[in-house]
Ligand binder design. Structure first.
Ligand code: C2E
Ligand code: CA
Ligand code: CA
Ligand code: CA
Length: 273
């Protein structure tokens, strides 16, 4: 019995080694990805619910690895956060997204996801100003999406950074609203322009998610914020959010994330604000 136990232990240990090894390989690949130009941004449109016009696009990070294929962001962003690479990647994302948006027609907005780690790095304000300057994009056309994770630690510093960003003219959205712990108190404390209600409350369909959707969109509109319903996939879901105080919609129904060169084509078939 002892032997079998030991054998199992060894086997388990080997399994761990393999995971560690794979992780290390992923890290090495990730370090090279920027230099090898393996990253790309996909752009997903969001629409104004009162006019159905396209207001802007959210930039979503894509990693095209020659062997791994298309690696989804959720499987490498946490690794990039743990080893700090997310700061460099985030700089690339901001610069690339601002450059792209500067070439779009009208006053279309680009929304960029910002990792909590980018706040910790203390360079966010400089990175944003540099991206705006080099691209020539008007600050009003840039929205930064942050999750509660960014707001948890070092509140004073984060608050100061958010106010400086607002002073630049940049807009701030609270992403994945409702999935964290203290969303409501954050709404009062931090200077948000927009709340993005998490897909789980939009697709839920049950009485609970309906009530949450109603409460949050009502609250947001009373606070003078824009409210985006995320992850709308069906006409029925769209119908339901139209009955709430949501102002914007984003989801597969109104447009999938698309390659940069598809944006122009998409806009030819859509009303623009
Ligand atoms: P997110 O910011 O909440 O982005 C929305 C995610 O939902 C995207 O997944 C998008 O493709 C997906 N989505 C949009 N509409 C629908 C829909 O109707 N149905 C369903 N099922 N999904 C929909 P994606 O692109 O895989 O990104 C996942 C997450 O990775 C993002 O969630 C965001 O947290 C993170 N991420 C993406 N790009 C960046 C980036 O440049 N920087 C950082 N720090 N995080 C990023
Ligand atoms: Ca987002
Ligand atoms: Ca989200
Ligand atoms: Ca999310």
């Amino acid at each position: 019995a002892k032997r079998a136990g030991r054998g199992r232990y060894r086997f388990f240990e080997q399994g761990m080694d393999l995971q560690l090894h794979e992780r290390r390989e992923l890290e090495i690949d990730l370090r090279r990805a920027l230099a090898l130009k393996q990253f790309e941004l996909a752009y997903q449109p969001f629409l104004d619910l009162s006019t159905d016009a396209v207001i802007g696009f959210e930039a979503l990070l894509r990693w095209n690895h020659p062997v791994r294929g298309k690696v989804p962001p959720l499987s490498f962003i946490s690794v990039a956060e743990e080893n700090g690479l997310i700061v460099k990647i985030g700089e690339w994302v901001l610069m690339t997204a601002c450059m792209a948006a500067a070439s779009w027609p009208g006053d279309l907005i680009v929304a960029v996801n910002v990792s909590p780690l980018q706040f910790k790095a203390d360079t966010l304000l400089t990175t944003v100003s540099t991206a705006l300057e080099r691209s020539g994009l008007a600050p009003e056309r840039l929205e930064l999406e942050i999750t509660e994770g960014a707001l948890l630690a070092d509140t004073d510093n984060v608050l100061a950074t958010l106010h400086s960003l607002r002073a630049l003219g940049v807009k701030i959205s609270m992403d994945d609203f409702g999935t964290g712990y203290s969303s409501l108190s954050y709404l009062q404390k931090f200077p948000f322009n927009k709340i993005k209600i998490d897909r789980s409350f939009v697709s839920g369909g049950g009485a609970d998610s309906e009530a949450i959707l109603r409460a949050v969109s009502g609250l947001g509109s009373n606070l003078g914020m824009a409210i985006t319903a995320e992850g709308v996939e069906t006409a029925e879901q769209l119908g339901r959010i139209r009955e709430q105080s949501c102002t914007h919609v984003q989801g597969y129904l109104t447009g999938r994330p698309m390659a940069p060169d598809q944006v122009e084509l998409f806009l030819q078939e859509q009303p623009i604000a």
